[in-house]
Design a protein. Sequence first.
Lengths: 119, 102
Amino acid sequence: MNKKLLIICRKPPYGNSLAREAIDIALAAGAFEQDVSLLFCGDGLWQLMAEQDSQELALKNHGKALAALPLYGIDDIYVQADALAERQLSQNELLLPVKALSPAEITALIDSADTVLNF
Amino acid sequence: MAAVDKEGFLVDLHDWNEGVASELAAAEGITLSEEHWQVIQLLRQFYQEFQLSPAMRPLVKYVGLHLGADKGKSMYLLKLFPGSPAKLASKIAGLPKPDNCL
């Protein structure tokens, strides 16, 4: 059985390279048919905003890369429900279908993973 | 002939056109057929959509979604682009070298 890899994304999409590093690892693991899930916490939720425009930053559009996750076999995408509410965001503003988790569910998700990577 | 790096990928992606694609293919010993062009156009669409050069797994899935399940198979792509289809087809389609290519 494949080991379960959980990648936690806590940073906004631009202004540092952590968001991009996380998605690159997710895509590489997905290409090798690993069992990958992603959890977006805190300001990491901004990564999931639909219709990002990074042209003036001269950076790749982070949202476009995230949109490729299902093609890489990654469908388990979770968000921290509290962080969603704090930012007054609703799930239909996000570019992918996600599952919102309570603190207890997040604890269980982290417990169930064999490897956890924090970005 | 447009400038390419030591692995044959275009240095400037803006240099790409259908003539350049034919030359890049010829350098790999491939004569482009209608089936090749379908995949090449689809790769360019993939790059527009995701700003990524696909690895093999997503390429197979994407081809299946757009060209039908009979073409969304590694064997089909291997016949058209022998060896490493994702890498070879990306090269001919004028995409950057894939980061994680199988």
